[in-house]
Write a protein that binds this ligand. Sequence first.
Ligand SMILES: [Zn+2]
Length: 254
Amino acid sequence: MFNAEVNRALISAADLINTAGGLKSAKTTPDVLDSVEGLKAFLAQREPELEWPSSKATRKQLEKVRELREALHRVWQSAPITKPEELALINDLLEGVGTRLVPAEEGETAFRERPIPVSDQISDLITATVAAALAHLVTRDETSRLRICRGDDCEAAIVDLTRNRSKLFCDYGNCANRAHVRAYRARQAAKRNGRTNDAAGSPESSAPRLTKPSAAEKADQLNRPTSASAIAAKEFRDRMRAELMDKRQKKAKK
Ligand SMILES: [Zn+2]
């Protein structure tokens, strides 16, 4: 979505947030950064282009990286960043980070900005890379792409790098699928209730609910899209609707 460096930094930042213990797709996960070994493993799994060597992991750096993780979590929770006072979260990370210009790896421009970290300690390397990427998003009004998974019982941080801003769920489990099933059941329930009201007296609607599918459910199943493109189109519509509802809720909160 953005340039390769920014994409990479944002994905790694979300991964860092997700190393914290908590709920991911209805499963409790442990804190991965509970030891220097844990930090080393996290760094070893990063893309080599980030240049975050696992050899730089120390006890002291572990504490610093954990603090950074907290700060990034707050950024994700605050996104989209729309108020000047919310900028402090990112400005704190940018404190002391410099910029130099280097040739770009790929993309539309020949050159790009590269952050200069405060020191070569691993926490400072991560901070500089991620803070620069966040600044890139803020100045382009794209922080709404920093999200918390919309799934039930899920706290995973995600970055939406899709062109149509359609990523709402994490990849830790089956959050998207569970949400679709829930939405489907809610539609079914609404349908049943509607039918009970306007078709009172018919044996099926007045009888207590049994396990046998109703005529309406069967009809709905027949109407469900079967081809891959139809399913994709339906999923896209559902996502757009969910996103719109979310925006409205966020607005209402403000
Ligand atoms: Zn999730």
